[in-house]
Design a protein around this ligand. Structure first.
Ligand code: SF4
Length: 312
């Protein structure tokens, strides 16, 4: 069925058909917190990169429909080699991941012999396959601290998460890659000052992908899962979340009555929003687009993800 045909259906009807189709084929639907709210609402599991990586390992379903960007679906495929992993939109790439190629990383390793490569999960399968270990925004400090202090590290590909990790670990022998997420990196110090004026007595929590000067003006730094837990555990506190708008929408639905605001409503990842309910239904009906990663790359990348998952 053409995607425009699906668009003729009401949202309610699409949600009903998604539920039926996923049961018919034994699929589990996984969604990142930056997905459109209606996509998050039909998902079986919603979370951030680390939560989803762990949940995906535990699923029994033979088919995984991953509502996120390409590197996330690739990660699900790498750690579930016997399952079919589908992404509803083949164009849903991550511009941050596109900042590094495997060739670039190999060249950098040549420049810094003996250094270990710690790669943010927001990276391609090829880049993971030439790295030593993967990390997420929730565990980058723990992963870096799993190496001895004197070990030099190349941190790929987000410069702001790298700067945060350097600051918290106090390690200077970390070389930061020059990549960034366009959604987080364009948030400015002035935006934080404006938010403080607009919401007095608020707690401002910033994602570590924002610029270091934005991090310094914020009250707390945390991954999306840490932000979610903070709101859940402090329901009376006014909070401004400095991250993608989808997380704020999720929180407002799950915790009605809390006072949670975005840094601004146009902090939107258009790559994440490429996935729609219509495309999820088409994926279930036609089983497109299947993720296929060459074995040699998947096997090497799996080792780097397993190393991360083994660090609790
Ligand atoms: S929010 Fe940033 S890091 Fe996440 S998918 Fe979009 S561009 Fe990539």
């Amino acid at each position: 069925m053409d995607i425009f045909e699906y668009s003729r259906l009401s949202k309610k009807e699409i949600a009903k058909r998604i539920d039926k189709a996923k049961r018919n084929i034994g699929a589990v639907i996984i969604a990142h917190s930056y997905q459109r709210i209606e996509v998050q609402q039909i998902a079986d599991i919603v979370g951030d990169s680390l939560e989803l990586a762990r949940e995906v390992v535990n699923t029994d379903a033979p088919i995984i429909v991953f509502c996120g960007v390409m590197f996330m679906a690739e990660t699900a495929q790498i750690i579930n080699p016997d399952k079919m992993v589908l992404i509803p939109e083949i164009q849903a790439g991550c511009p941050l991941a596109a900042h590094a190629t495997a060739e670039d990383v190999i060249r950098m390793k040549g420049k810094y012999p003996g250094y270990k490569v710690v790669t943010y999960i927001n990276s391609t399968a090829e880049v993971k396959s030439v790295s030593d270990i993967v990390c997420t925004s929730a565990n980058s400090v723990k992963i870096v601290e799993s190496f001895p202090k004197e070990q030099g590290i190349i941190f790929v590909p987000d410069k702001n998460l790298c700067a945060y990790t350097k600051r918290i670990t106090g390690r200077e022998n970390i070389v930061c890659w020059d990549g960034h997420c366009y959604v987080h990196d364009r948030i400015t110090a002035q935006d934080i000052l404006n938010a403080r004026k607009m919401h007095p007595n608020t707690v401002i929590i910033a994602h570590p992908e924002v610029k270091i000067e934005v991090q310094e003006l914020s009250d707390l730094i945390g991954s999306t899962s840490a932000m979610y837990r903070y709101v859940r555990d402090h329901p009376k506190q006014t909070v401004v979340l400095v991250t993608e708008y989808g997380l704020i929408q999720r929180i407002n639905v799950e915790f009605p009555g809390t006072s949670v605001y975005p840094i601004y409503e146009h902090a939107i990842c258009s790559n994440m929003k490429l996935i729609t309910l219509e495309k999820v239904l088409r994926t279930l009906d036609e089983q497109i687009y299947e993720i296929n990663i060459p074995d040699a790359i998947a096997n090497r990348a799996r080792v780097t993800i397993d190393r991360m998952l083994a660090i609790k």
